[in-house]
Design a protein around this ligand. Sequence first.
Ligand SMILES: Cc1ncc(C[n+]2csc(CCOP(=O)(O)OP(=O)(O)O)c2C)c(N)n1
Ligand code: SF4
Length: 282
Amino acid sequence: MCNAKDYLINETAWCPGCGNFAIREALAAALAELELPHHQVLLCSGIGQAAKMPHYIKVNGFNGLHGRALPPAIGARVANTSLKVIVESGDGDTYGEGGNHFIHNIRRNPDIAHFVHNNQIYGLTKGQASPTSETGMKTKVQTAGNILPPFNPLSTALVMGAGFMARCFSGEKDHLKETMKQAIQFPGYALIDILQPCVSFNKLNTYGWYKERVYHPENHDPQNWQAAMELARQWGDEIPLGIFYNVPHETFESHFPTLRGEPLATRPFNPADLSSLQDEFL
Ligand SMILES: Cc1ncc(C[n+]2csc(CCOP(=O)(O)OP(=O)(O)O)c2C)c(N)n1
Ligand code: SF4
C-alpha cells in the first residue's frame, strides 16, 4: 500500500505559496486513500502552470497541447478501460482554448475525473485575463480593466448534462481531497472547479479574498438539478463549495459493446482476424 508521499516528485517549478501545491497534495492523498497503484492512473494535461501536474505526480502522465487535455484522455480511456483517467489543467486551458472540448466531452460522458485549477488568470504567460477573470480586473494587458463577464464553468457543465459537478478551494485541502475521491470514483465525467490563488499574478482573488467568501451550504440535495444550478450561479460576497450535483448516467464507454471485458490495450492482437476485412477492401 502507498502513502501520499509515494506519489510526489520533489522538484516543482511553481512559485512559493501557489495554490497548486495544496491541489497536488490533495490529489496524492486521494490516490493513496483510494489505494490506486501508480500504473493504474493516467494524468493528462494541456499547457500552463496547472498543466505541469503530470510532471509532479508519480503516475502515468501525458502533457499535451494548450486546450487539448481532454482528447488524449478520452483516447487513452477507450484504449484502456482499466485506467483511472484524471485530467488536470488551468481555467485558460480548459474553459478558453479548450472550451470546445470541455463542452463536447460533457455530452460524451467518458469515465474521466477533471480537476480544473481555476486561478482566474493566465499564470504561465504572466498574468493576462482568463475566461474566469472578474469584470474590471486590471492586468498588464487589460490595463483599463477586463471588459468581459466571467465564464461560469459549473452552470455550463450542468446545462450540458454533467453528472458530477463540484467546487472546491485549494485553501481547504481535506475537503478537496474527499471531493477528489468521490469524483475519481464517479462512473462518468466528474468536474471539480478548484479555486486556486495565483500569488504572483492575481492580486485580486487572493487566499484572503476567497476565505472571506467561501462557505458550505447546509442541507443541499446533490440530486436536485435546480438547487445545483442556483449554487453554480452564486458568486460574489458568498461562494458555495461542495458537490452541487451527483447523478450518474450512461457513459461514453457503455455505448460500445467492444469495450466490455478485457481492455483493448491488453487484448491479444491477431492480424489474421483482419483478413476478412482485407478481402473485402483490397
Ligand atoms: C496553442 C497555444 N495557444 C496559446 C499558448 C500560450 N499559453 C500557454 S499557457 C497559456 C495560459 C495558461 O493559463 P491557464 O490555462 O489558466 O493555466 P495557469 O498557467 O494559470 O495554470 C497560454 C495562453 C500556447 N502555449 N499554445
Ligand atoms: S505564476 Fe501563479 S499559478 Fe503559476 S506557479 Fe506562480 S503563483 Fe502559481
